[in-house]
Design a binder for this molecule. Structure first.
Ligand SMILES: [Ca+2]
Ligand SMILES: [Ca+2]
Ligand SMILES: [Ca+2]
Length: 542
């Protein structure tokens, strides 16, 4: 009996040695070149849904990759490079720690495994081809359990008490294999508002490769702080799945302070985009009306939206006026809003429908009618002494308390104003629909928009990234919407352009798309620029 027991022990010990040597790996922590921890999954809980695998690893000389193993079988590569302030503080003497982002995170579907015990471990690969195993543990999978939603709050971040006034965004991501029914933002455990859910989060998609819904897991709520008393509050974000199960996915301390003078208007200038060439006609004809417009001249539409909040006490939130400034001089104000006999409709007005804005700011005064539009006659400006060339354009918004803001920023945008009559040419007109400003894109992305040229038509749509020519787009796609807006322009019905770009060829960073159009006479005009972010997963074969 004694011999039998001992023999069994010895055999299992030999078997363990054989397993370890087969992979030629060390446990992270046995030498000075690897420090790490696997914080999740928790062995004390039965696992279901998406099993989160999270931790950190600091290795020397450098980290090559991290891989997830379940039952000693390779499952997937793990997303690395996640900042972890607490780890940076805990290992102040680690080489290069101040710039380190030692966190890693992934997840895998529990439904791919049986309801039983399974081993989980990650392997950490160094740039000098060493392999360390980290965090081996046995977990229990029980697919009959409904997992509560999981996610994160990215904004506000964890850096301490967040000072807020007026409007501030709460954003992050939330996911659940049953689908997310809603994400709610609470202040002091009272529901304040629901977030808009379903925005694209390619970084989260990368972290959960076998859970495709994670790509559209982003949420954002724009919080109107004037609905809350000034002071320190606890803000929590609660996600609820389609089966009704909820989880708090983040908690932050916010300090709210609202005074009338701080509650400035905010908003955005949608059109024109930066760098656009805007043209005028009848450049020598002095306009007889104010704001300056000549009948039959070419008109440029200036469009955007603006909102404003008031304090709890005074409650006089709301936009009072919007003005168009060129080189800091006011040319048109929504105080001029009136029926125009030239256009046969009301022009230079605010309170225009913007249901897209209302979706993101549902509780704000006038948000369904937050739009404004100006009819700018560039030719009339020339007649009044404005020179052709580059000019600063911005929009100033005033509230009822005497506060003003400038859109899109105090710096405005640069536009080029030209007279179309000088070389008998109307510069091309157009727009960039995709990407929208600060979109996150990855892999192959198709930029899209439209372009027209009123005399002769479009020959080429030239695409620039960060000022470098990258190719010409395809042209001639149907755009009935553009036709409706520009019925008098030949070719507007088929004015769509597209350009497919492999974003893995450029860095994971902010970039600027600029689109230039050439017409049949060889005249070129920029139709705008849009800034966007590229976020591709690390290459799968380092
Ligand atoms: Ca669930
Ligand atoms: Ca205000
Ligand atoms: Ca032209």
């Amino acid at each position: 009996m004694w011999r039998w027991v001992t023999r069994g022990l010895v055999l299992s010990f030999v078997a363990a040695l054989a397993t370890a040597s087969a992979f030629a790996q060390n446990q992270c922590g046995v030498d000075a070149n690897c420090i790490g921890s696997l914080d999740s999954p928790d062995v004390s809980l039965s696992q279901s849904g998406v099993i989160l695998v999270k931790g950190f690893a600091l290795v020397l000389p450098d980290l090559a990759k991290v891989e997830l193993f379940v039952d000693d079988q390779f499952v997937q590569r793990v997303n690395t490079g996640i900042p972890m302030i607490d780890v940076v503080h805990a290992y102040p003497n680690w080489p290069g720690i101040q710039n380190a982002a030692p966190g890693f995170q992934t997840g895998f579907l529990a439904s791919r495994f049986s309801n039983a015990n399974h081993t989980v471990a990650v392997r950490v690969y160094t740039t000098d081809n060493k392999i360390y195993e980290l965090g081996r543990r046995t977990i229990t999978i029980d697919n009959t359990i409904n997992q509560a939603p999981f996610g994160a709050v990215d904004i506000p971040d964890l850096k301490g008490v967040y000072d807020a006034s007026g409007s501030f965004p709460v954003s992050g991501w939330a996911a659940d294999t049953d689908g997310i029914a809603r994400v709610d933002v609470r202040i002091d455990d009272l529901n304040l508002q629901s977030a808009v859910y379903g925005d694209s989060r390619p970084d989260v998609g990368n972290a959960f490769p076998d859970f495709p819904d994670a790509v559209f897991s982003g949420y954002i709520a724009n919080i109107d702080t004037t609905r809350v008393q000034d002071g320190v509050h606890q803000l929590t974000v609660i996600a609820t799945d389609r089966l009704g199960l909820s989880r708090q996915i983040g908690r932050r301390t916010v300090q709210i302070f609202n005074s009338q003078t701080e509650l400035k208007p905010f908003g955005y200038l949608d059109e024109p985009k930066p760098n656009t060439t805007l043209f005028g006609t009848l450049c020598n004809v002095l306009p007889v009306v104010s704001p300056p417009v000549n009948p039959q001249s070419h008109i440029t539409a200036i469009r955007g939206w603006a909102l404003d909040l008031g304090t709890r006490a005074s409650n006089v939130g709301g936009v009072s006026y919007v003005e168009l400034l060129i080189d800091n001089r006011k040319w048109i104000s929504t105080d001029d809003c009136a029926f125009s006999p030239i256009f046969g409709e009301r022009v230079n007005c605010r309170l225009m429908p913007r249901f897209d804005v209302a979706r993101y700011y549902p509780t704000y005064p006038d948000s369904p009618q937050s739009g404004f539009m100006f009819t700018l006659d560039v030719g009339a400006l020339f007649a009044l002494g404005v020179r052709q060339g580059g000019h600063n354009m911005k929009v100033r918004v005033g509230d009822f308390d005497g506060n003003t803001s400038e859109l899109p920023t105090r710096d405005g945008i640069i536009v080029t104003l030209v007279c179309a009559e000088d070389n008998a040419d109307f510069p091309a007109n157009g727009f960039i629909d995709i990407p929208t400003t600060y979109d996150y894109v990855k892999g192959n992305v198709t930029f899209q928009g439209w372009a027209t040229d009123e005399n002769g038509g479009v020959t080429a749509v030239e695409i620039f990234i960060d000022g470098n020519f990258v190719g010409t787009g395809q042209y001639g796609f149907p755009r009935p919407d553009v036709r409706v807006l520009n019925p008098f322009i030949n070719g507007s019905a088929n004015s769509g352009w597209r350009f497919t770009m492999d974003t893995t060829k450029i860095s994971n960073a902010r970039h600027r798309l600029t689109v230039r159009v050439m017409d049949f006479q060889g005249h070129r005009a920029i139709i705008g620029s849009v800034d966007f972010y590229v976020q591709n997963p690390p290459s799968s074969n380092p």
